[in-house]
Design a protein around this ligand. Structure first.
Ligand code: DWN
Length: 411
């Protein structure tokens, strides 16, 4: 599927054309477009720059890459991480109460990936249905008994569900809404499918965490929007979906979980979060320009440190061929001379090359055979899980490098 991109001309949530660019990472490859070593075709790149909408404070990429090119054949599997699977279980337990789910309640997950989240809802006795455009990953979900519609979320899919499965009591969308270009169509389709008393529960990366913890590597073409609660509510309320409850969540570096209902409700958690955003200056561009300056020095420090270690004869490998890892490595101009290889436990990623850097991705057996001095943790959001998996490396004296919020070492 050949990728294309188009520049945005108006804000995704308010329609204004009053942007201020605050971060430009240059032309970047697609973070999950892993290629085989034999693929000699030119690698697609597109500008990776972030704009601040002066009218509503939504941060968003300056270009939109065609969704089918990024999501129709996907290499990311939610279920690789036990940490994420545990997160899904706590989410399901909370949502069961909030949405008053019963044994027969239908839960639909948009962007259901390999079914990891829906398995948590099946565990608590709900009927489940996934919707995901990635044919290869949907097949994994279906193989584990999670019925999945292999398509994008749209009005047609929503209508089909309402007609053939009934209207769900809960619709979930974790790490999906930030990937959606047409938010109006997304929320309109939720309106069509969701039962009148039902809830939509979404999880999105939170821009407050991204800025506070220098998580610039979570900026890549799949993530079109970088949400604060205020612009997110603006998009949903326009389509008649109103916030019922919001909380911050720790997963993936920090995010927001927001429940929406079809009727307007007062919520102290919403009021408090909006007040926090105002007080933190998150509706002013200045905080993002400061963030961008901080990122420049982090990139320089990281490249200088890794280059020095290699010049001293120390070998460095990576762990977690993550999308964020692709942004990080490309933003410091890394290649296999700096990072020899990257370990990843995802079968679909092994034997391929990290986008833009050409660094080979291998299974964990290579780590046991090659004994690098350092492991750069590219999936720092799972650092505890990765350290637990690589205890032999650590026992042999290997050291870990964690790149953000600033470079640090763990023995
Ligand atoms: O929004 C998105 C997030 C949720 O997931 C997607 N657009 C893309 C993806 O981003 P990511 O690739 O940066 O996510 P992760 O979950 O931080 O990636 C972790 C990587 O590390 C995966 O490739 C799996 C790998 N891993 C591993 O090999 N062994 C992870 C763990 C915990 C492990 O034990």
């Amino acid at each position: 599927m050949t990728a294309k991109f188009r520049p945005i001309t108006s804000c995704r949530t308010c329609g204004a054309s009053d942007f201020e660019q605050y971060l430009d990472l240059g032309d970047m490859p697609l973070a999950n477009s892993l290629r085989l070593p034999s693929d000699q075709s030119p690698e697609f790149r597109a500008p990776l720059a972030v704009l601040f909408c002066r009218a509503c404070a939504l941060s968003q990429l300056s270009v939109v890459v065609s969704a089918p090119a990024m999501f129709s054949n996907y290499v990311y599997r939610s279920g690789i991480s036990q940490t994420f699977a545990r997160h899904c279980a706590t989410f399901a337990a909370e949502a069961r109460e909030r949405a008053s789910l019963q044994e027969s309640s239908l839960v639909v997950d948009i962007g259901s990936n390999d079914g990891t989240l829906l398995k948590a809802y099946r565990e608590i006795g709900c009927r489940t249905l996934g919707v995901d455009p990635a044919e290869n990953i949907s097949a994994i979900a279906v193989g584990s008994g999670i019925e999945t519609i292999n398509d994008f979320w749209n009005l047609e899919t929503a209508g089909k569900i309402a007609e053939q499965w009934g209207r769900p009591s809960l619709i979930t969308a974790t790490n999906v809404v930030a990937h959606v270009d047409d938010l109006e169509a997304f929320f309109k389709a939720v309106q069509v499918a969701l039962a009148d008393e039902g809830l939509l529960a979404i999880e999105v990366p939170y821009l407050a965490d991204l800025v506070e913890k220098n998580q610039f590597d979570t900026i890549y073409h799949e993530h079109l929007s970088y949400f604060l609660l205020r612009p997110l509510l603006r998009a949903a309320e326009t389509e008649g979906l109103f916030p019922a409850y919001v909380r911050r969540i720790p997963v993936h570096g920090g995010g927001l979980r927001v429940y929406f209902a079809k009727d307007a409700r007062k919520s102290d958690t919403v009021t408090a979060t909006l007040a926090f955003e105002e007080e933190a200056g998150l509706y002013d561009a200045a905080v993002y320009h400061r963030f961008a300056r901080e990122i420049d020095s982090i990139r320089k420090d990281l490249r200088a440190t890794l280059t020095r270690l290699v010049s001293e004869g120390r070998r460095i490998a990576g762990y977690g061929a993550s999308a964020k890892g692709a942004t990080l490595l490309n933003s410091i101009g890394a290649d296999a001379r700096l990072i020899e290889y990257i370990i990843d436990d995802t079968p679909e990623k092994q034997g391929k090359l990290s986008p833009g850097t050409g660094i080979p991705i291998s299974d964990s057996s290579r780590l046991q055979a090659s004994h690098p001095a350092y492991l750069l943790i590219l999936a720092w959001n799972f650092v505890d899980e990765i350290i637990a998996r690589t205890s032999e490396f650590s026992r042999r004296g290997g050291r870990y490098i964690i790149p953000v919020p600033s470079i640090r070492f763990i023995d």
